[in-house]
Design a protein. Structure first.
Length: 402
């Protein structure tokens, strides 16, 4: 079991606090393993093993269990002395789980940790029944730092700049990084993750009748990662393929893809008007391999995936991330966290003076003193240009100073 200390460090301050600890995220992102790490942390703190109880609720034994039957079972298994630490893995499989957890928190000597992978983990029931009694943590596939940690268990690590292409091409789902797989083998694994998420967490759970239309919306979105588009754009495209779909249905599909943690929405922020815009948003995918598993890998997709990877990294580090709108165009990312703010432009290479002017001039037009970055993958990705720091994408991903 390879540790993921960022998550452990984020969660452990809440051990024994009167909050349910909720871990959400796309399937196979490592939530169950993080629960095991937390259990080991508790044992290291002297908690008896009998006081730590784990339920894997996607097992067949729980398929038809009622809320009352499960609640009664848990109560009979609580430790007779001391606090019981309850780990509920994939808790959304239990009906009315929010009521069960709330009752246990109020009436028993317990500390509760739960994981879940779909939209029920974001539903209004959580706020209704657990108001003020939970903290949530979004678990992503491996960061670049974590990817290198996993990979060095079975092979020699090259220069991080060289390893970046492998990370872009083969992604960060932990299951694909336990041994050396070819890209095609990785995409086979990820295709199963994608299919189970689409058909179990979205189609089946929401009783979607036209799954083929949902698939077409997914393919359009994946093809346009890092590009602004609207529901109208998708509807127009599908109409050209003789498939009719209304804007509201498209918005509904995109929302469900977000709630299943396949997609992340990135709104535009008007830097002049200081307001979030509600049109022409961008979407990013939870891991590059989801795109490649569905559409296949192509070298011309690398630029978009670089942007995708930076977006995810900023989110991992706790930033709220927006596309910056200026009078002259767009800033790839405006990232804010409390009183911090950074501006980031991402480009694969700068081959000519015109491209260089475009990437740097938009940042130079911003009249404030917050840090500004241009991230590249070429040999000249270093230095400082009129206060704008130029970095290699790999170096930025490994830099813990922000």
């Amino acid at each position: 079991m390879i540790l993921r200390p960022d998550y452990i460090n984020a969660i452990t301050p809440y051990i024994d606090a009167p909050f349910v600890k909720i871990l959400t995220g796309i399937r196979r992102s490592g939530k169950s393993t993080i629960l095991k790490m937390l259990a080991e942390e508790l044992k290291g703190r002297g908690v008896p093993e009998k006081n730590i109880i784990t339920y894997k609720l996607d097992n067949i034994e729980y398929e038809d269990i009622t809320a009352k039957a499960f609640y009664d079972r848990v109560k009979t298994e609580l430790a007779q002395t001391g606090k019981t630490y309850l780990f509920f893995d994939e808790i959304q499989e239990i009906p009315s789980w929010e009521k069960i957890v709330n009752d246990l928190m109020q009436n028993e000597n317990v500390d509760i940790y739960v994981t879940g992978s779909n939209s029920r983990m974001l539903s209004s029931e959580i706020s209704t029944y657990l108001t003020g009694r939970y903290v949530s943590f979004l678990v992503y596939p491996l960061s670049f730092t974590e990817f290198l940690t996993f990979k060095k268990q079975y092979t020699q690590i090259k220069d991080p700049h060289q390893e970046l292409l492998d990370y872009i091409q083969c992604g960060g789902f932990p299951a694909t990084r336990l041994k050396e797989y070819t890209p095609d083998e990785v995409y086979t694994i990820v295709r199963d993750i994608y299919s189970s998420t689409i058909y179990t967490d979205i189609v089946k759970r929401n009783q979607i009748r036209k799954a083929d239309l949902l698939e077409r919306v997914v393919r359009y979105t994946f093809s346009n990662i890092g590009q602004t588009f609207s529901a109208y754009s998708i509807a127009k495209y599908l109409k050209s393929e003789n498939r009719k779909i209304d804007n509201e249905t498209i918005y509904s599909y995109l929302e469900k893809l977000e709630k299943a943690f396949i997609l992340f929405r990135c709104s535009r922020y008007d830097l002049q008007g200081k307001e979030i815009l509600k049109t022409q948003e961008k979407f990013y995918v939870a891991d590059p391999t989801l795109r490649y598993a569905v559409l296949g890998y192509s070298p011309d997709s690398v630029a978009g995936m670089l942007e995708n990877i930076i977006y995810l990294e900023l989110r991992r580090r706790g930033y709220s991330v927006y596309v910056g709108k200026t009078l002259k165009g767009e800033i790839d990312f405006v990232a804010t966290k409390q009183n911090e703010k950074i501006y980031v432009q991402v480009t694969q290479k700068i081959n000519n003076h015109e491209t260089e002017l475009r990437e740097y001039s938009r940042l130079l037009d911003i009249q404030d003193n917050y840090p500004k970055y241009v991230l590249r993958t070429d040999d000249f990705a270093k230095g400082n240009y009129q206060g704008i720091r130029t970095m290699h994408v790999a170096d930025f991903l490994l830099d813990n100073s922000f």
